[in-house]
Design a protein around this ligand. Structure first.
Ligand SMILES: CCCCCCCCCCCCCCC(=O)SCCNC(=O)CCNC(=O)[C@H](O)C(C)(C)COP(=O)(O)OP(=O)(O)OC[C@H]1O[C@@H](n2cnc3c(N)ncnc32)[C@H](O)[C@@H]1OP(=O)(O)O
Ligand SMILES: CCCCCCCC/C=C\CCCCCCCC(=O)OC[C@@H](O)COP(=O)(O)O
Length: 235
């Protein structure tokens, strides 16, 4: 089969694009660099999730699968030149159910979260994440608890079931009480669910704060360089 003559030109142009334009954008445009880095971040997680799914599926939906996801995600900070420093981790209760509450700046929180995630600990996530392709399925297999934030009644029922699970199945829960991402340097008013959960299950609340990403990441300015992230317990 013969190629249409213009096709060679298209192939050559695409090749030149890959060879020159993309690296030029990477080095000369911080915005392009931001987009490439974020695209790779999401793409890489989706790819890792594809690998994780068959391994996790052996156990079925099980909080122990979160260990597998954690191990698979720990290296990402090196790819992005982000150093994660944890302070006060000794405040973590040794072995009992509890509710972790933490600030939520962006999807990069996954890096700090995976650094300190205790055993048998599952995050509460918005229901939409369940439909994030392979990542959604991997989260489901690892026991992530999904809530529909638009249906408060349903979310409360799910949280009440979680309160039972905390005690009967020795599970910890990670909640972002702001209920949404917030990258303004301050914190939004807390939603009440995490605190109802702790009272219903009569378990302690463990506060964790991740330092501001402003030095190396800003969505508004399309800026993403390398930097240092602090995770601080019981501040
Ligand atoms: C290979 C790798 C693959 C990928 C691996 C990835 C793994 C990691 C995944 C991590 C995912 C993380 C995702 C993060 C998110 O999605 S954050 C968004 C979801 N999280 C939340 O929304 C936080 C929890 N939300 C709440 O707790 C809310 O309170 C909620 C229950 C949803 C209700 O919200 P809302 O109505 O908007 O506001 P209020 O809090 O004001 O509540 C309204 C009234 O209801 C009462 N209430 C709340 N909860 C309860 C409860 N459990 N029991 C009884 N009553 C409750 C509350 O008191 C309010 O009433 P009053 O005003 O006090 O009378
Ligand atoms: C701690 C962050 C967990 C990140 C999970 C990464 C999975 C990303 C892989 C690719 C799928 C793309 C889907 C993007 C989902 C991003 C997860 C996230 O950060 O959810 C935000 C949620 O909280 C609050 O949502 P809003 O800020 O209200 O909209």
């Amino acid at each position: 089969m013969e190629l249409w003559p213009g096709a060679w030109m298209v192939v050559l142009l695409l090749f030149l694009l890959l060879l020159f334009v993309l690296p030029t954008l990477w080095f000369c445009s911080p915005s392009a660099k931001y987009f490439f880095k974020m695209a790779f971040y999401n793409g890489w997680i989706l790819f890792l999730a594809v690998l994780a799914i068959p391994v996790c599926a052996v156990r079925g939906r099980n909080v122990e699968n979160m260990k597998i996801l954690r191990l698979m995600l720990l290296h990402i900070k090196y790819l992005y030149g982000i150093r994660v420093e944890v302070r006060g981790a000794h405040h973590f209760p040794p072995s009992q159910p509890y509710v972790v509450v933490s600030n939520h700046q962006s999807s990069l929180d996954l890096l700090g979260m995976m650094e300190v995630l205790p055993g048998r600990c599952v995050p509460i996530a918005k229901r939409e994440l369940l439909w994030a392709g392979s990542a959604g399925l991997a989260c489901w297999l690892a026991g992530v608890i999904f809530i529909d934030r638009k249906r408060t009644g349903d979310a409360i029922s799910v949280m009440s079931e979680v309160a039972q699970t905390l005690l009967t199945q020795d599970v910890r829960v990670w909640v972002f009480p702001e209920g949404t991402r917030n990258h303004n340097g301050s914190m939004l008013p807390f939603k009440r669910g995490a605190f109802h959960l702790a009272v219903q299950a009569q378990v302690p609340i463990v506060p964790i704060v991740m330092s501001s990403y402003q030095d190396f990441y800003c969505k508004k300015e399309r800026r993403f360089t390398s930097g240092l992230l602090f995770g601080i317990f019981n501040f």
